[in-house]
Design a protein around this ligand. Sequence first.
Ligand code: OGA
Ligand code: NI
Length: 208
Amino acid sequence: MISEVEFDKNEILQFEELIDGLIQNDYGICNHFLPDNIMEGLIANMSIFEKQGKLKNAGIGTFHHFQKDKSIRRDKINWINENSQNNDEIFYLKKITRFINYLNISCFTSIKSFESHYAKYDKGDFYKRHLDQFKNENSRKYSVVLYLNKNWKMEDEGYLTLYPKKVETVNILPTYGKFVFFKSDEMEHEVKPSNTKTRKSITGWLKI
Ligand code: OGA
Ligand code: NI
């Protein structure tokens, strides 16, 4: 699945920024991860899913121990098909694939696949402090989150709160185009509610 290796200079700078952040602070941020036209397409997809009722309550745990616990998380999700025919999803999938290749080459990670879903948090929705790895499954190694929220202001909150071991708690505003990268099994994190707006993102997990 992960084969193509072709990077341009700008992209290498983005990947390096993410990896440097991870090494220094336990998380990396890149502010304009995808071109605007792709972002517009992904945002439009999300609106279509909303209209078609394709966003479903998310659960916690793996298949056999699957629970929908609304006291832990309240987002609604739609998985991205790895064989998607949608051009903007294809662009996103290829970009993540190149990032994985870059990581595997430069950091000797051995990521073999990834999975990702759209997520919508309505006003007041949250995801309590957690790790992205399940007790009975440890294939998720890195988490990546891309935010789709235009005109998101400080007062809209909806922070991604990270709890790094080395540094103080970090509150990341989920602004349009921002891409965040951290270790799934080490970085505890939380989605804080927004009381003003719906919060939209695409979350992915790089897996061994
Ligand atoms: C998750 C998650 C973070 C975010 O889906 O596991 O922590 O900012 N998402 O949406
Ligand atoms: Ni998470």
